[in-house]
Design a protein around this ligand. Sequence first.
Ligand SMILES: *Cc1c(COP(=O)(O)O)cnc(C)c1O
Length: 209
Amino acid sequence: MINLMALKAEISAINPDVRLIAVSKNVDIDKVLALNAQGQLEYGENRVQEMARKQSLINQSLNLKWHMIGRLQNNKINQLISLRPTLWQSCESIEKAKAVDKRLNYKLDTLLQINSANEDTKQGVMVNDAIQIYDEIMQTCPNLNLIGVMSIGANSDDMDEIKRSFELTRNIFDKLPNAQICSMGMSGDYHIAIKHGSNMIRLGTMLYA
Ligand SMILES: *Cc1c(COP(=O)(O)O)cnc(C)c1O
């Protein structure tokens, strides 16, 4: 298990305003609790059922905050809403936005996911459509509180390609009205992401090594 204080010092030396989300999708609650003992409050899950399972096993008084970071299936929308996530990071289309909006009975903080590396395997809106779709969601989804963007860096060994995907995301972020969160960077690329304007990183694997 990582020394979280040392990691946070390292991160804040690059940029003190970066928020760290611990991705817990592949670990059990013992690891979540071990990170929490080091002060970590925010966790990311990519499956609604797993978020529900962990929430039910962990004492509510710890006040952990849960981020949805994976593809949201239509038949899991109601369950996600009932779990009151802190942030839905993976809104991937206008259709999905509308489907969630119409079921919500509270305002849900949301990020638009951008497929900045233009990869078929990835979800998210295309770079060229992002601003228009962001605007359309703002106009048509009153229960979604859109506050920024999320992206997964290019899946590549080419540093320039990874950099470019982060720059594209940050460029979009800078053009959006009232956007606060630019979520990008994972275990393998968070240094590059922060240098290119990320203010929220989602780290999994490296925390548990
Ligand atoms: C799994 C996952 C992460 C964490 O990735 P690591 O390489 O384990 O740090 C971050 N973001 C998303 C969307 C993920 O699915």
